[in-house]
Design a protein around this ligand. Structure first.
Ligand code: SDX
Length: 393
């Protein structure tokens, strides 16, 4: 059997669980979704096909794909009152803060699909969240730049819709660039699920108490925001801009190795991969393709590749098996596609929603499932008598 740990009834106490969705071999750099290689899925399927696979365990046939695509496409609009909720934020609020708020607020607007004990309501919630995340993300972006919301269009693919809602403006006719929408589709696939990472474990733990799916996904978004996790793609761009020129790379590599220096090579290293993250390879190829299509010569790409070359020849990184991860190249592509750095992690959240939902669904459908209750190793004082205030030194 691939990809599962020995099931422990107090699974949260050991921090592991049983799952059949994603398999990672960190030493070999292998990532499978329901047995399919990530590179094959990224190259040969589209994002909604991978969503169907993660949710249902099998790739859809033509009829199932048409039905699933329709179910998602025809749920992309959000309750108009969400606009009022959005306007409660400052224009300069970080879009991840806005997403935490908007997705959590969906519990109030779609309370009819929060009954997790009803299988039909569960699937309705899954469709609603996967369908509406791009719309909410685009609303957050448009609000931050002072442009009007662009509503979804039912005759576009998921990736095309997302790009149009983000970058179309009322005064111009938006035109799809097939290379960019294909690249977006591939980037969404690469971020869809990744076993029991921090944000997915957050969603599982929240969901194990019976909390509604919208609240659980809002918790996952909050966890993903951290720079050690999904926030790394934004931090990689900041790091590359800080390095500035390849002549400065040795100094920053030296700092990354210095335990007294908090500087880390962002986009490098991983809790599980002790080999090249297979997603980073596809991301690097996609990066070259997008920049080539757009005719962009981004010095940050050259800098990133030189940094990778130098780090992978340095014994500190080699000994610790620190390789580029999914975040190392993604920021460069997204910047070339017009995303501001503050939206990089939002894109990660849009893509990861299907992974969070699939893992949440797998957990609540397990009849043996119990509320998660991590235990601790107590290191505080042993029992001692109370000292009244008047007698304290
Ligand atoms: C994601 O879990 C997932 O699956 C996450 C994710 C997903 O899809 O959900 O894959 C997405 O979050 C990818 C990771 C993005 N984060 C970054 O790129 C931030 C930079 N990376 C580091 O913060 C770090 O690598 C972590 C947080 C990712 C992992 O940290 P760990 O668990 O401490 O790494 P480790 O145990 O393998 O570290 C071993 C050694 C340590 O040094 P020593 O104590 O042995 O001397 O390597 C060092 C670490 O200090 N190290 C680094 C480093 N990463 C680890 N040194 C310099 N630069 C780095 N980036």
């Amino acid at each position: 059997q691939l990809g599962y740990f020995t099931f422990d009834p107090g699974f949260m106490a050991t921090g592991s669980c049983e799952s059949s969705i994603t398999y990672i071999d960190g030493d070999e750099g292998v990532l499978l979704h329901r047995g399919y290689k990530i590179a094959d899925l990224a190259e040969q399927s589209d994002f909604l096909e991978v969503c169907y696979l993660l949710l249902n365990g099998e790739l859809p046939n033509a009829g199932q794909k048409q039905e699933f695509d329709h179910a998602i496409t025809y749920h992309t609009m959000v309750h108009e009152q969400m606009q009022f909720f959005l306007r409660g934020f400052r224009r300069d609020a970080h879009p991840m803060a806005v997403m935490c708020g908007l997705v959590g607020a969906m519990s109030a607007f779609y309370h009819d699909s929060t009954d997790i004990h009803d299988p039909q309501q569960r699937m309705i919630a899954a469709h609603r969240l996967i369908a509406k995340m791009p719309t909410l993300a685009a609303m957050a972006y448009k609000y931050s730049v002072g442009q009007p919301t662009v509503y979804p269009s039912n005759d576009l693919s998921y990736a095309q819709n997302f790009l149009r809602m983000l970058f179309a403006v009322p005064c111009e006719t938006w035109k799809d660039n097939p290379v960019l929408s294909r690249a977006m589709d591939r980037i969404l696939i690469l971020h869809a699920d990744h076993e029991q990472n921090a944000s997915t474990s957050t969603v599982r733990l929240s969901g194990s108490s019976g909390a509604n799916p919208f609240a659980c996904i809002a918790a996952g978004i909050a966890s993903l925001w951290g720079p050690a996790h999904g926030g790394a793609n934004e931090a990689v761009l900041t790091m590359l801009q800080q390095i500035g020129h390849k002549n400065n790379i040795p100094e920053f590599v030296k700092r990354a190795k210095d335990k007294n220096d908090s500087f880390r090579l962002m986009g490098f290293g991983h809790r599980v991969y002790k080999n090249y993250d297979p997603r980073a390879k596809v991301m690097q190829d996609t990066c070259r393709e997008v920049l080539g299509t757009l005719g962009i010569k981004d010095p940050l790409l050259d800098l990133a590749m030189e940094l990778e070359r130098i780090a992978l020849e340095d014994e500190y990184f080699v000994d610790r098996k620190l390789y580029p991860n999914v975040d190392f190249y993604s920021g460069i592509i997204l910047r070339a596609m017009g995303f501001p750095t503050s939206m990089f992690t939002v894109l990660f959240a849009v893509a990861r929603t299907v992974g969070w939902i699939s893992q949440w669904k797998e957990m609540i459908e397990d009849p043996a499932q119990k509320i998660g209750r991590p235990r601790q190793l107590y290191t505080g004082p042993v029992e001692r008598p109370f000292v009244p205030l008047a007698k304290r030194g």
